[in-house]
Design a protein. Structure first.
Length: 104
C-alpha cells in the first residue's frame, strides 16, 4: 500500500501547554525525518524549534504513524507518546543532525 508523502512542518507555528496551564509558542525552523527500520508505517522526526518568548532553539524528537481509526485512516498522524526506535535509526538521525550543524 502506498503511503502519502511525509508531512513537512517547517515554518509552522505551534503552541504547547506547561504543567501550570500556561501556553507557549514556537516555530519549527527545520526538521529531519526517516522511516523507522522494519516499520514503514512510522516516520521518526527530529525537529528544530525556535521559541517566541526568548528566541532559544531546542530539539524535539517525535514520530508520525499511519492512522488506523476511521477519521484518520491512511493519513500520517503525529504520535502522542514517547517514541521508541532501533539504535541504528537513532544514530542515523544524529548523523544527519550533525551534518546540518544542529549539534555543534
Amino acid at each position: 500500500m502506498p503511503y502519502p508523502p511525509a508531512p513537512s512542518n517547517i515554518g509552522k507555528r505551534r503552541s504547547a501547554q506547561k504543567p501550570n496551564g500556561r501556553h507557549f509558542h514556537f516555530t519549527i525552523t527545520d526538521e529531519i525525518h526517516i522511516k523507522q527500520s522494519g516499520m514503514p508505517r512510522k516516520l521518526i522526526y527530529l525537529q528544530q524549534l525556535k521559541f517566541e518568548s526568548d528566541g532559544r532553539t531546542e530539539l524535539r524528537l517525535g514520530y508520525y504513524i499511519i492512522g488506523k481509526k476511521p477519521a484518520m485512516r491512511g493519513r500520517w498522524v503525529w504520535g502522542q507518546f514517547a517514541t521508541m526506535m532501533p539504535v541504528a535509526d537513532f544514530r542515523q538521525i544524529v548523523k544527519i543532525a550533525k551534518r546540518k550543524g544542529w549539534l555543534s
